[in-house]
Ligand binder design. Structure first.
Ligand code: MRU
Length: 348
């Protein structure tokens, strides 16, 4: 996608370095972060310099390729085995991270150049799948549709285009008028900070709403459909996504609003029979207790916004059971969230 007229991917590799848009600085600053070794790439994933299922998948694949490049000839196996473990322990929930590292690791055992090629292929396939999701998902969007989304499943969360927002971008390209309700998505505010930044950058009309406004605007008839992304999809169609997704899905069903999940097939995990088996990441309580922003005089700061001394609980994802989901938009087609349709689409 373009930023100030220049084409960017969220993340890319050049030589031994991995470059990524620093998402912790957005929307206040647009800066590229450079990682020259796999441990720095791991830190970037853990600290969410790069985030979003597809983007951390690409980052993890590139990190694995960096590890192969860094290994000295005498100790390749022990070095890359250790790196593999370190990379997969950066974040637990997004399936794409494991999918990418496993692919690159396997390719690298044949030759280091194969690891690099595979990491690049993972990133290119992610961008391609996102583009296709946009074209298919666009069919669900009518001229004048008002779409609600949660968190950021736009191009920043993938290598390019995004998933939940890709259909919106295609609809705009095709000349449809669309409007997006952006859930702020506490505690890290990926909606208010990143989705809103993307939509503004693309000139798409939108408004940020407090997380607790979703049910009310649905009841008032102000939402035509909801599209969210996914971090992992179980074999039965249960979907793990950013915390707060479940309550939106419940409200959508109550008010008869179609609730779509957009995700590439690399996000499905058939080893998880149901959402109960998906590991839900718990992050630092500081993300709940403190807020980072910019003051009216332009100074960035982190401030405490809760009762001093109180503790917080911070689960980063929740699981929406399949019956709440209208359909899943994948690059291979729009399917019902059940094991039969999932198995059919995942067949090679
Ligand atoms: O914790 P994050 O920001 O990496 O969360 C992942 C996500 O971006 C969301 O859950 C998103 O809605 C689906 S993945 C693009």
């Amino acid at each position: 996608m373009k930023v100030s007229g220049k084409d960017y991917r969220t993340i890319w590799m050049d030589g031994r370095s991995v470059y990524m848009i620093d998402q912790n600085l957005l929307p206040f600053e647009f800066k590229i972060f450079r990682s020259d070794d796999y441990l720095t790439s791991c830190r970037a994933i853990r600290e969410m310099t790069v985030r979003g299922a597809g983007a951390i998948g690409a980052a993890a694949g590139f990190a694995m390729a960096q590890a192969f490049q860094m290994a000295s000839p005498g100790s390749v196996k022990s070095f890359v085995d250790k790196a593999f473990q370190e990379i997969i322990s950066t974040r637990p929930t997004a399936r794409n991270l494991f999918y990418a590292v496993e692919r690159v690791f396997k390719a690298g055992t044949r030759h280091t150049t194969k690891a690099l090629m595979e990491a690049q292929a993972v990133a290119d396939e992610d961008a391609d799948a996102s583009r296709k999701i946009g074209r298919l998902g666009n069919r669900l969007i009518k001229d004048g549709s008002r779409i609600e989304t949660h968190c950021n499943a736009g191009w920043l969360a993938f290598v390019d285009y995004g998933t939940a927002l890709s259909p919106v971008y295609t609809a705009q390209e095709e000349g449809k008028t669309v409007f997006v309700w952006v859930d702020e998505t506490r505690p890290r505010s990926q909606g208010a900070r990143l989705t809103a930044w993307e939509l503004r950058n693309q000139g798409i009309p939108h408004k940020i709403i407090p997380d607790n406004a979703g049910a009310w605007i649905m009841k008032k008839g102000m939402v035509d459909l909801m599209i969210v992304g996914a971090d992992r999809i179980a074999a039965n169609g249960d979907v793990a996504n950013k915390i707060g997704t479940l309550e939106k899905a419940i409200a959508a069903r109550e008010f008869g609003i179609p609730f779509y999940v957009a995700a590439p097939t690399s996000t499905f995990d058939l080893t998880c029979g149901s959402g109960d088996e998906i590991v839900i990441e718990e992050r630092s309580q500081d993300e709940v207790l403190y807020t980072h922003g910019i003051s009216k005089n332009g100074k960035q700061d982190t401030i405490l916004t809760c009762s001093p001394g109180s503790e917080a609980f911070n689960p980063a994802f929740d699981v929406t059971p399949a019956p709440y989901i209208t359909s899943i938009i994948t690059e291979k087609g729009i399917i019902r969230p059940n094991s039969k349709e999932i198995n059919k689409i995942l067949k090679p």
